[in-house]
Design a protein around this ligand. Sequence first.
Ligand code: ZN
Length: 272
Amino acid sequence: MIGRINCPSEHGEMALRKIEKETVFKGEKINYQFKTYVCEKCGINIGTIEQTAAAQDAIADSYRKKVGLLTGKEIKTLRAEKGWSQKELAKKAGVGIASVKRWENGIIQTKSMNQALKSAFQGINIGNRYTGNRAAISIPRIKIVLKEFGKSVCADLLVPDDKLLFAGKYLWYADMLAFKKLGRSITGSTYAALPYGPQLNNYSDLVELILDSNEGKAEPLTEEEKRIIVSVAATFPDKRMVYDASHREDVWKNCNPGDLIPYTAAEDLTEI
Ligand SMILES: [Zn+2]
C-alpha cells in the first residue's frame, strides 16, 4: 500500500503523473505512456512495482502496434467480443492456454503465432488454414502446376530423385497467391518452413507420388489459376530468383525450422 512517495533527494512528496517517453525496443523507436511518481524539483521519477509492470506492458503494446501485431488489449477485446474464454481462443488458434495468457499480459507473440490468433478471430478453422481452404492435397494437380511452371520458366522442375528445391518454392508462391486472391489454394498442399526455404511438407515422400500421378485425374486448372501461375513465373523467370525471394520473406524467416506455414500468412508476403 503506497499512499505517498518522497523524493530520495529530500525534495518532499512526489506527484503522481502520466508521462510519455520515447525508447528503442527490439530496434524500433516507440513512444509509450505510463503513470509514475515524479519529483517536481529534480524531475526524477519512481514507479511502484505495478506502475513499472504497466510501463513494460505499454512498451510491448506500443511495439506490437508499430510492427502490426495484435496488442494484449486487442487480443482481450476481440476475445471478449466473441464471448470466448482464454481456453476457447487457445483451442481455436491451435496454441496453448499459457501462451494466450502470456500474450494478453504483455509477452510479445511471434508473427506466425499472431497469424494463428488472427485466423481464429476470422473464423478460419485450423484444418483449412494449412491446406488453403481445400479438403485435401491433390498430387495430380501438383504435377499439372509444375508442368505449367516448367513451360513458363523453361526449366524441368520435376525430375526423378528431385528434392523439389525450386519446384517447392514456385508451388508455395502459386498456392499462397491463389489463397490470397481466390480464397483457396490450387493444390491443397501444406508447407513447412525448412532450412532451405518454404517447402511442401513431407516433400521427400511426395516426389515419387507426384512423378507417378495421373494428371488426367486432376481437376483441370481454371483460367484464374493459370493466370496466378503465369504471374508467379513472370515475377521469378529464373528458378534461382524464386529461391532467393522466398528466403527474404519474413513469413519464412520468423518461423522455427519445421513449423507449418499457414496460408493466412499470404497477406504478409513481400516479394510478390
Ligand atoms: Zn527530487
